[in-house]
Each structure stands twice: as C-alpha cells, then as structure tokens.
Design a protein around this ligand. Structure first.
Ligand SMILES: Nc1ncnc2c1ncn2[C@@H]1O[C@H](COP(=O)(O)OP(=O)(O)OP(=O)(O)O)[C@@H](O)[C@H]1O
Length: 214
C-alpha cells in the first residue's frame, strides 16, 4: 500500500499556483508532516490526498488505499458518552463483540496516554485529551490513510506537547498518517516531512534567486 505524488501542483481557478512540483511516496509506518505558511495549500493537499479535489497538475496514485480517515483541529464527540465508547465504536463497526471492542478500545487509549480517562464523559476531557482521543479513534478505525489537520491549533503549548508526543504513537504498520501543521514541534514529532513552503519559495523567487539557477 502506498500513495505516490508525482509532480503535483494545484491552483484554484483565477488564483495563482498554491504549490508545484511536489513529488513523494507515502508509506505505512511513517507519520508525515505537511508544513508551509498559512495559505500555502496544506488543507488543499490533504483534500487532494483524500480524493476530494482533483489536482490541477501532476498525479496522485493511491495504491491499495481504500479507507481514508480524518482528524480535524476541533475535537468532536458526543458530550455524554465516555472516551472508551468513542473508540469502541470503531471496533464494534468491524464486527468485534462488545467485550472485545471494550478491551481493544482501552488498549488504544493507553497507547495515547488516556488509560485513566477511559470512563470519563467526552464533555469532561481537556482539549488535549479530546484531541488525543480523536487520534486514538482515527487509528482504531484502521484506515489506509489517516489525514490529520492542524491537531494542535486550538491548544496551549503544554497541552500541545501531549498531543505531539501522542503522534509518535500514531505510527502504524497498516496506516499512512499525514499531519498538516504550522507547529514546528508537531512537525518534529513526525517521522518524515513535506514542506510546501519550500516549494512555494522556489516558485515565488525571481528567476535569478532560484537555487537551480545559482
Ligand atoms: N475551494 C476553494 N476555492 C478557491 N480557493 C480556495 C478553495 N479552498 C481554499 N482556497 C484558497 O486556497 C488557499 C490555500 O488554502 P488552504 O486552506 O489549503 O491553505 P493552508 O496552508 O491549509 O492554510 P492554513 O494554514 O491557514 O490553514 C487559500 O488562499 C484559500 O483561500
């Protein structure tokens, strides 16, 4: 399973190019950071990876990638349901028994440092706990590709650290994980890096300043 980006570029009609010449092979077991300044096209590239937007140039080949999961910057859950219920649902949906789903969900929560919060209702979780719960749930569903958009955008620095630490736990042999972020610490928590800012600065620099013409 993998996703191949070949000379990918995108622009919306009537607007200048967002990014160009992005080539990468994305594989399971890695957590890819997707960085770049605001407006450089990080969320757009996630949507292209998901197949929601057709790129203006280049190609995306999704090889054996069927299920795509998302984790958004605002954790969204059912206020009165427990943390463990949120994750168990992913296992129940795959046909596990209630007992097995509960056990698997508790193990997943442990992995994200949420073992002691398993029986707390979603509404009583802190912002960082809720975001780690979203990561645990996202991975529990075992998507082929998990797209994570700005997971620390709404968090203070200390809480963001907990989420960044959890990203290491998000590495999975069966899932390709891609994390769009502004946060350099989130970037550093990932195992591979794609920088749209670099692509943009090469594109925007006058010809004489471009590295390839130096
Ligand atoms: N459907 C669309 N039609 C036209 N323009 C769009 C569309 N979606 C996004 N844009 C524009 O494309 C640019 C890139 O947006 P995008 O959200 O991908 O950037 P980003 O790097 O994720 O930004 P941020 O870090 O601020 O979230 C922005 O200027 C945005 O307004």
């Amino acid at each position: 399973m993998r996703v191949e980006l070949d000379d990918l570029g995108h622009r919306f009609p009537g607007a200048p190019p967002l990014f160009e010449h992005v080539s990468h092979v994305l594989e399971p077991g890695e957590v890819y950071s997707l960085t770049g300044p605001s407006g450089s096209g990080k969320s757009t590239l996630l949507a292209i990876l998901a197949g929601w937007i057709r790129p203006a140039s280049g190609t995306v080949r999704r090889i054996d990638v069927t299920d795509v999961g998302w984790v958004f910057q605002n954790p969204f859950g059912v206020p009165g349901r427990t943390a463990v219920d949120h994750v168990a649902l992913a296992f129940l949906a795959r046909g596990e028994s209630v007992t097995a789903a509960d056990e698997a969900a508790r193990a997943a929560l442990e992995r994200f440092g949420l073992g002691s919060s398993a029986d707390k209702p979603f509404r009583s979780l802190s912002g960082g706990e809720a975001q780690r719960l979203m990561l645990a749930r996202g991975l529990a569903a075992e998507p082929d590709l998990l797209l994570v958009d700005e997971p620390t955008a709404q968090l203070d620095a200390r809480t963001a650290t907990d989420v960044n630490d959890a990203l290491l736990a998000a590495s999975s042999p069966t899932t390709i994980v891609v994390v769009a972020t502004h946060d350099t610490r989130t970037r550093d928590a990932c195992t591979r890096h794609i920088d749209l800012g670099l692509a943009a600065s090469v594109r925007r620099a006058p010809l004489a300043e471009r590295p390839e013409s130096a």
